[in-house]
Design a protein around this ligand. Sequence first.
Ligand code: ADP
Ligand code: ZN
Length: 613
Amino acid sequence: MDKYEILKKYFGYDTFRNAQEALIDNILEGKDTLGIMPTGAGKSLCYQIPALLMNGITLVVSPLISLMKDQVGSLNQAGIHAAFLNSSLTTNQYYKALGFARQGRYPIIYVAPERLVTEEFLDFALNSNIAMVAVDEAHCVSQWGQDFRPSYLKIVEFIKRLPKRPVVSAFTATATKEVRDDIIDILQLQNPMVMTTGFDRNNLYFGVMAVKDRYHAIKNYLEIHKKDSGIIYCLTRKHVEEVSGRLAEDGFSVAKYHAGLSDEERRKNQDDFIYDRTAVMVATNAFGMGIDKSNVRFVLHCGMPKNMESYYQEAGRAGRDGEPAECILYYSGQDVITNQFFIDNNQDNQELDDMTRILVQERDRERLRKMTFYCFTNECLRDYILRYFGEYGSNYCGNCQNCLTQFETVDVTDIVRAIVGCVQSSRQRYGVNVILDTVHGANTAKIRQYRMNENPHYGELAKIPIYRLRQVMNYLQLKELLSVTNDEYAVVKMTANSRQALESGEKIVMRMAKEQERTVREKEKKKKKNVFSGVELTEREQRLFEKLRALRTEIAREEQVPPYIVFSDKTLISMCKVKPQDKEKMLSVSGVGEYKYEKYGERFLKCVEEELS
Ligand code: ADP
Ligand code: ZN
C-alpha cells in the first residue's frame, strides 16, 4: 500500500492537505521533521501514515492522557492497531499492553514522556525495532511556551539509549521563534525539515462585540444556534458558576469546568460535552488542552483573555473539522482590569527575582495591550491576528465581523478635541468613565464631587450617544493619541501625539460601523435556520441529518467512543448531500474508510434508504 491508499482506506479521505504530503514524504525518507501547523490542520496524519508504512514501531509522545485515549480510540475505529501506555492503566493492563507491543502487534504506540526511561519500557524499546519517535505538542519541551513539561526533557535521554537512532518528528501549533528553536535544540533534531503552514484558519469567523449585557447576548446567541456544540470561556471560576447556572435555569443544556471542581466532576462534565450529551461547555481556560472534539461550532469568550496567544488557542478549538465555525469575543472594559489583576498577582512569578519579575510583568502588560487593541480595531480581525503572529494577511478576509460590516468614514475632529481637551484641562487625573461622562454632560454625584461640571468641556458632546464617544476613546488609545495607565486606576493620560491633535488644524477621521447594517445581518442570520455548519441543507436533508446523528450516537454508545470519532459532522453532512445508495457511493463520502464501512456502513446506508423512500 502507498500513502494515498492508506489515506483512503483507513481515514476515508481523497487528498492530503497542504503541508501533510511534504511532511510525510520527508519522514519516509528517514529525515527528522518539524511540523508547525495550527490546530485542526491535521497533524496526526503526518506521523500516523508514515508509521503504517515504516518498518518498525512508531512511538508517539504525548502530554495528556485524554489526548492519547482519543487518538488511540480514533485509530482503532479506523481499523489500525494502536495502544497507549500511561498511568491510566492498571499494572496488569500495562504489562498486557507491553506484552502485545513486544509481539509487534501495534505499529503505533502512544506513550507518556515519564514512562520512556522506566526500566520496563526501556527493556521493551531496546529489544524492539523503533522506527520513529513522534513528539506531539512538542512545544512542551520549551520553557518559553505556556505548557512547559519537564518530563519532555526525557525524550532525548531515551532516544540516546536506543541502539539505532530512529527518525524523530515533532509537531506543534505554537509559532514563536524561541519555541521553534528550543524544539530543534532540545530534541536535538538533525538537519530537520521545518515546515510551517500558515496560521490562518479560514473556516473560522471572528467577531468582537462590546455589549452592555453580556449574558443576554450569549443567551441570544445560543438560542439561534440551538443544535450546535460550543464552548463559552469565562475569566474566573465565579463567572463560570454564574453563567452556567443562569443558562441552566434558562433551559439550556450546559456543563461547566474549572479548577475548583473535583477531579471526578471535571471528568464527568468533560465527557458529557465530548460525548455530545450536553451541547455547551462553560469553562475557564483550564478547559481545553487535549480536547480534540472536532465538531465545536462556536467558541464564545465572555471576557477578554490575557493575550492573543491564549485567545487564538482557545478560539481555535472551534471548527477543527474544517467546517465553518464562529469565534466571538464579548468584550467589556472591566476585562482589562481583571487581567491586570491577574498579571500583578501571578503566583508563577513569585519565585522570580525582582528584576525578572518586573520584566515579565511588563511583557504581560504589553501583550494585554495588544489583546485590547484587537477588541477596538475596525480593521480586518483575521489580519490583526495573523500580523500578531508575524504573518502577512490581506487586509480583507471577508469572513470576520469587520470585513462584513459596512463602515462609513466619520469626521471625529470635534469629538477628539473635546475629549483630549477634557483630559488636559482636568490635569490627567481621571479614568475613561469620568472623562466621557464629563464631555457628555452627565449629572452624577461623582461628576459633581470631582467638580467636573465646571470643566470647560462639560456637556460639549451632549448630543453624541455615549457608545460613540466610547468608540472614539478606544480609537484614540489604538492610535496612541491618548493612553490609559496600566494600573488599577486606569487613568487617561496625554501622549506625545495628543498635543498635535489639539493644535494642528488637521481633520481626524475614523471608520465607524453603519448602525443599520449590523442589525440587518443579525436578523438575516436568525432566518437561516437550515444552514448546518455553513452548508445549506434542504428540509429533507435536515431530517436525514438528524437521523444519521441519532444513529451515530447509538453506535458511539456501543463502541464506547465519542460520537465524532465514529464520523465527524462534516462526514454526516456530506452523507446528506451525496445520499449514498450503495457501498461504492458510501465509500466516496469524505471520512468513510473501508474499515468503518465494514463496521457500520450498512447501518448508515439503511438509514439513508429509509429516510428517502
Ligand atoms: P491537529 O492535530 O492538527 O489539530 P487533527 O489531526 O486532529 O488536527 O485533524 C483535524 C481534523 O482534520 C480531523 O477531523 C481529521 O480527521 C481531519 N483531516 C486531517 N487530514 C485530512 C485530510 N487530508 N482530508 C480531510 N480531513 C482531514
Ligand atoms: Zn476580515
